[in-house]
Structures are given as structure tokens and as C-alpha cells.
Design a protein around this ligand. Structure first.
Ligand code: C2E
Ligand code: MG
Ligand code: MG
Length: 583
């Protein structure tokens, strides 16, 4: 047995009311009604405020209300209860209007038999239920559209909405808003090494901790990846954002228990404050983001407030990036060459190719000023490819000119070996691209050497080693550059098929003068030899250094003593000169 349908009948005409009561009694089967009958609108509204009904049967002409007004006032108090309107014989238009204004249906008095009335009421209830369900479904959908599925935090969309509201309020009420950008430190490394599942759970745990740290009026959101944002709103002392930021950092620095393992994480936070750091959503977000990058640069696990100087630097960098793109298009990136000399014979055995940026006015810019930017923006990939191509073509030209074959050494950035470096053109793969260049130019692979530093192994290590091995298998040689200054140098030696160690300039500088530097250089040389590698000293500037290196059995040297990096024509002259002397 289903519960009887609770019907509120609002009808002032006693005859009509009796008739309806009779009609409803005739209705058989499952449709049973419990009837509440009132004759005035104010009584109806009173009932609606104190009781729940399934459906309302409403006469539009009442002593205290008339026409559509009766409907609209009832509707306003009905909180979703469906209404079926009762009309007189000639009220077709008003009945139609009533349905348009929110009535579920209408019945013409005296024309409705029991079945019609019952069906109309039942359908009204059913339709209303469906509408309510649909509304709930839409709410769920709206929640999902506004929240991040992984952490349940508001997503980017909702974050922007809330920030916009907070700024508007703050402007009217003369309050403050602080926006914080939180980025986990080295999250990508963690994700790569421990797997995405662990990464996901860490993100969820971080979200939980953010919820704990924040007050109810604050918002924490996840923009995507390992990027979270916080909005603080209210009256704020100058150091309040700093205190909250520190609380956030402390909360994240507590070990996370995932899978019974302690996992350690840190984050970097950038802060911008309304009104001093920005007047609108975009500016506030951009500035907090910029400050976050500064926090990363300042060694991670710290927070930084936005300052206008950051903006200037960012603009300069953007300008520079644009310039660098243009430089690539207009062949302003050129290659200088620095000879590598074999100590034993005094012969030039190789040339290191070093990128230079030559401005239209002839000014030469050193790589330290544009390689880091190229790496960050991904421009290093096309740039590096260009350098490989020019160096190989130059080496081929030397061979054609009758100069005894030498190797050309090209520096390769870690980015160029990564699976998906930003900015990499579709289809770029060093394993095919570099050998392709050699073939195109007709240079034997053994005359190309690639110099890599350990930053290669810091990201996508496995993939980088694969790439390097694949290139090695095709005959390309490898040298480990700047050896001794990084912290994973030993790991390197184990896995990379390199045939050369380049001793970093910092050890060479004091060689023969500082016993410790001398000892380190000596150890590196000995180690290289026992691993069947050649040792090359970088930055040799004096005869004393050269002598000392010779006595330590270093194989090759490179440095100002012999020659600075020089333009291609001068490099050709150096080589031709050497040929003449040996003849
Ligand atoms: P690196 O590969 O270690 O190159 C050696 C650097 O030492 C060169 O600086 C060279 O000019 C400098 N050098 C050579 N001999 C001496 C010396 O006797 N004394 C001193 N004080 N310095 C000496 P450069 O050309 O400014 O290049 C700097 C760095 O930029 C390179 O260091 C390399 O890491 C990077 N780089 C240059 N070209 C490229 C390139 O095409 N691609 C990539 N990825 N990096 C490049
Ligand atoms: Mg180098
Ligand atoms: Mg070097």
C-alpha cells in the first residue's frame, strides 16, 4: 500500500467543493487522497506554512485573491509543491496562462470525471518529482564542474570566481585579500620515481592539510598539477599572510604517511596582496605566481611576497624570449670554436662548439646570458639542433679542405634528451634527428662528440640514458662536462657510455697552487684512466697549469692559454696553421 496523496483543496464555492470531494472518493485503486479543504487564500498559505502536501488543487477566484495573482502567491509559499488549477467553463486563456506561470495542469470545473482528476493530480506530482531530480542532478554536475575530482577542492574556475568576489567585497568594505600560490617542490621528480598513484595520494594529503590550516572564510583551490592557491579575506595585519604561509609550509613539511612509508615534501609559496599588489584577478594571480617562482629560485621551501621589481624582471625576460625567437629565425645564433689540445703531442684533436648570439650591430652575447632562458622556454631544442648542424657542417668543411680529421664537441642540454621538453616540435627525437644531420652532411659519427652535464640525469633519468645509449650505438661519442661540481657525478660514471671526463674549470684554476684542488684534479684524472676514459682539463690559462696537468698525466687541455673560443674563420686559420707547423 502506498501512502495516500495529501491534497490541499483551495475552493470557496461549496457546491464545487462537494462535487470534487465526491469525485475523489470515486477514485479507486492505489490513488487514495487525504483531503484538506480551505476556502480562502490566506488560510491556504497558513496551511502551507505548517504542513506538507503532495499537491494543491487551486481555484483561482477566491474571496481574498483573484486570477493569476492567486497562483503566484500560492506558488511563492508552496516551496515546490505542484499546483493544479481549477477554472470555470470559459476560462481557457487564463488556464493556459496559469500553466505558463508554473501550474502543472488545469481542470475545468464540472467537466472532469474521477479518472481525469486523479490522473491530472498524479501526473502533476510525478512531473514535479522529475523536475526536482533533474535539479539535484544539475547541482551535482555544477559541483563537479567547479571542483577538482582528485582532491575535492575548488578548481581553477571556482577559484577565479571566488577571488573576483573577494576583491569586489574588499574594495567596498576596505578589506584586504591575499592570494597565495603554492607549488610543491620537485613534485615531478617524485611522480617520476614513485609513480603517479603515490603522487595523486600526496596531492590529496596536501589538500587535507590545507583545509586544516585555513579558516572557514578562506578558500583553498587546486589549479592543476601540483599547483594550489589560497585566498585569504578580511582585515589583515601586514604579517598575517606571512604567518599563514609559514603555517602552510610547516603543515606540508610534516612527513606524510603513505603506505606506511614516511614521505617528505616541501612547497614554495608566492603571495600577492590586494590592493597594493593588484587591482584585479589577473594581476593578483600573475603577481602571486611570479613571487612563487622567486621562492623556488630562493632555494624552495619558503615564501616570498610579490615586489614590483619581479614584474620588471619578468617583462625583461619576456622581451628577451621574443628576441631570442627572432634571433633563431634570423640566423643570429652562431658558433664559435675552441681547440682541445692533446698534451702529449701538442696537436689539436678537437674543437668545442660554443653558441654565440650575434646581434645585427655585431655585438656578441655569451651563452650564459641566453642558454638558461632557452632551456626554460624550450627554445634550447631548436637552438641546440642548429648548433649541431652548424658544427657538423663546419667539421665536414675542414675535412674537405684537407685538414686532418678532428672531433667537434657540441654541448647538449638535458632538455634535449627529455621525453617531452616544452617547445619540442612534434616528431623531434634526438635518436633520429642527430644521426639524420650527420647523414645529411656526410660526416662520420665518430667525429661528433656530445658534451653532457649531470643535470641530464636529474630528470627522466632512465629515458635520457636510453637516448644516450642509442646515440652511442650509432657511433657518437660522449664527454661528461663540468665534472666534479654536481652531486650525482658518480652515478653518472656507472651508467653513461662516456669516453671523456672534462675536469671543471674551478679545480683547474688553483691547480699547482692549492694542494686540495691539485689532489682533486689528480684523483679525477686517475679515476678517468681506470674507467678507460680520457681526462680533459677545462679553463687552462697559464703555462704552470699546463705543466702541472702534464705531470698528472692529464690527456687534453682546453683554455685561453692555447686559444679563446673564436669565430669559424679564425678556427680554420688555427687548424691550417697547425697543419703547416707539423709539415
Ligand atoms: P662549457 O661547455 O663548460 O664551455 C666552456 C666554457 O668555458 C666556455 O664558455 C668557454 O669560453 C669557457 N672557457 C674556455 N677556456 C677558458 C679559460 O681558459 N678561462 C675561462 N675563464 N673560461 C674559459 P662559454 O662559451 O661562455 O659557454 C658557457 C657555457 O654555455 C658552456 O660551458 C656550455 O655549458 C653552455 N653552452 C655553450 N654553447 C652551448 C650550446 O650550443 N648548447 C648548450 N646546451 N649549451 C651551450
Ligand atoms: Mg662544454
Ligand atoms: Mg665545461
Amino acid at each position: 500500500m502506498t501512502d495516500p496523496i495529501r491534497l490541499l483543496l483551495v475552493e470557496d464555492n461549496p457546491g464545487d467543493a462537494v462535487l470534487l470531494r465526491e469525485t475523489l472518493r470515486e477514485v479507486g485503486g492505489k490513488d487514495q487522497f487525504t483531503l484538506t479543504h480551505v476556502t480562502r487564500l490566506d488560510e491556504a498559505l497558513e496551511k502551507l506554512s505548517s504542513q506538507t502536501f503532495d499537491v494543491i488543487l487551486l481555484d483561482l477566484s477566491l474571496p481574498d485573491a483573484h486570477g493569476l495573482e492567486t497562483l503566484s502567491r500560492t506558488n511563492a509559499s508552496a516551496s515546490g509543491t505542484p499546483i493544479v488549477v481549477l477554472t470555470g467553463n470559459n476560462d481557457d486563456t487564463i488556464a493556459y496562462k496559469a500553466v505558463q506561470e508554473g501550474a502543472q495542469d488545469y481542470l475545468v470545473k464540472g467537466k472532469a470525471d474521477a479518472n481525469l482528476v486523479a490522473r491530472s493530480l498524479r501526473y502533476a506530482i510525478e512531473r514535479q518529482r522529475m523536475v526536482a531530480q533533474l535539479k539535484r542532478a544539475r547541482e551535482v554536475e555544477r559541483h563537479m564542474a567547479n571542483h577538482d575530482a582528485l582532491t575535492g577542492l575548488p578548481n581553477r574556475q571556482l577559484f577565479y570566481d571566488r577571488l573576483g568576489q573577494a576583491i569586489n567585497h574588499a574594495r567596498r568594505e576596505e578589506k584586504s585579500v591575499a592570494v597565495m600560490f603554492l607549488d610543491l617542490d620537485d613534485f615531478k621528480l617524485l611522480n617520476d620515481t614513485l609513480g603517479h598513484e603515490v603522487g595523486d595520494r600526496l596531492l590529496q594529503a596536501v589538500a587535507d592539510r590545507l583545509r586544516e590550516v585555513l579558516r572557514d572564510t578562506d578558500t583553498a583551490a587546486r589549479l592543476g598539477g601540483d599547483e594550489f592557491t589560497l585566498i585569504l579575506y578580511g582585515t589583515m595585519t601586514a604579517d598575517e599572510p606571512a604567518r599563514v604561509a609559514q603555517r602552510v609550509l610547516d603543515a606540508i613539511a610534516e612527513p606524510f604517511q603513505l603506505d606506511n612509508n614516511d614521505l617528505f615534501a616541501t612547497g614554495s609559496v608566492g603571495i600577492s596582496v590586494f590592493p597594493q599588489d593588484g587591482d584585479d584577478v589577473e594581476t593578483m594571480v600573475r603577481n602571486a605566481d611570479m613571487a612563487m617562482y622567486r621562492a623556488k629560485g630562493a632555494g624552495k621551501n619558503n615564501y616570498q611576497f610579490y615586489t614590483p621589481a619581479m614584474n620588471r624582471e619578468a617583462i625583461e625576460r619576456m622581451e628577451m624570449e621574443k628576441e631570442l625567437r627572432r634571433a633563431l629565425e634570423h640566423d643570429e645564433i652562431i658558433v664559435y670554436y675552441q681547440p682541445q689540445v692533446e698534451i702529449r703531442s701538442g696537436r689539436i684533436t678537437g674543437m668545442e662548439a660554443l653558441a654565440r648570439w650575434r646581434l645585427p650591430d655585431g655585438t656578441i652575447i655569451d651563452p650564459d646570458r641566453f642558454i638558461p632562458l632557452a632551456e626554460e622556454t624550450g627554445l634550447i631544442v631548436p637552438l641546440g639542433e642548429r648548433v649541431v648542424r652548424m658544427a657538423c657542417a663546419q667539421n665536414k668543411a675542414w675535412q674537405r679542405a684537407g685538414i686532418p680529421p678532428i672531433r667537434v664537441a657540441v654541448n647538449l642540454s638535458a632538455r634535449q634528451l627529455q621525453k617531452r621538453p616544452a617547445g619540442r616540435q612534434a616528431g623531434y627525437d634526438p635518436v633520429t634527428t642527430i644521426p639524420g644531420i650527420l647523414e645529411e652532411i656526410g660526416l662520420d659519427a665518430k667525429y661528433l662528440e656530445l658534451e653532457i652535464t649531470e643535470s641530464v640525469l636529474m630528470r627522466d633519468a632512465e629515458y635520457s640514458v636510453q637516448t644516450i645509449s642509442a646515440l652511442y650505438d650509432q657511433g657518437i661519442r660522449f664527454a661528461i662536462d663540468d665534472f666534479g661540481i654536481g652531486y650525482s657525478s658518480m652515478n653518472y660514471l656507472k651508467v653513461l657510455p662516456a669516453s671523456k671526463l672534462k675536469i671543471d674549470r674551478s679545480f683547474v684554476r688553483m691547480i699547482g697552487r692549492n694542494p686540495r684542488d691539485t689532489a682533486i684534479a689528480e684523483a679525477i684524472i686517475a679515476m678517468a684512466h681506470s674507467l678507460d676514459m680520457k681526462a680533459v682539463a677545462e679553463g687552462v690559462e697559464t703555462v704552470d697549469q699546463w705543466e702541472k696537468l702534464r705531470s698528472l698525466h692529464c690527456d687534453e687541455v682546453q683554455g685561453y692559454l692555447f686559444s679563446e673560443p673564436v669565430a669559424p674563420n679564425d678556427a680554420t686559420a688555427l687548424l691550417a696553421d697547425a697543419v703547416r707547423k707539423s709539415a
